[in-house]
Design a protein around this ligand. Structure first.
Ligand code: HEM
Length: 127
């Protein structure tokens, strides 16, 4: 039997709801709001593309933007340990809101936590 990808299990609709909810949380977070653009429409569109491929779906992000090089694309923004935690908190609350639960949620979240850790590029006191 072929294993289904997390993308197939979660589905496009729920993934998009998750990303929209996530950026609503980001836009209200005091530690994150200052480093994000005021209009998050394009950011959310790219994140939907990225997470689709991150979860094993079609490579939508790469098709339009090339190799993700996520750490490099984040270098212009001071990402402190506190901001990485804030990002993950916004994601956990978005997962609650769209009722993403169980093993699928745990697996997805732990992959995001690993990636978020990798994005940290600024020590706490400098942020
Ligand atoms: C873009 C912050 C973690 C995926 C961005 C942008 C900011 C940001 C400020 C630019 C938004 C824009 O100009 O439109 C952060 C912070 C993180 C974090 C504070 C905390 C660790 C992550 C993680 C992922 C991710 C874990 C993926 C799992 C992306 C993608 C983009 C992006 C795909 C769009 C890149 C592009 O411009 O093509 N992020 N990010 N980020 N972030 Fe993050």
């Amino acid at each position: 039997m072929e294993a289904r990808t997390l993308y197939e299990i979660i589905g496009e609709k729920k993934l998009h709801e998750l990303v929209d909810q996530f950026y609503q949380n980001v836009s209200k977070h005091p530690d994150l709001r200052p480093i994000f653009p005021d209009d998050l429409t394009e950011t959310a569109r790219k994140q939907k593309q990225f997470l689709t491929q991150f979860l094993g779906g079609p490579p939508l992000y790469t098709q339009e933007h090339g190799h993700p090089m996520l750490r490099r694309r984040h270098l212009p923004f001071p990402i402190t340990p506190k901001r990485a935690k804030a990002w993950l908190d916004c994601m956990a609350r978005a997962m609650d809101a769209v009722h993403l639960e169980g093993e699928v949620r745990d697996e997805f979240f732990s992959r995001l936590a690993f990636t978020a850790q990798h994005m940290i590029n600024t020590p706490e006191h400098a942020g």
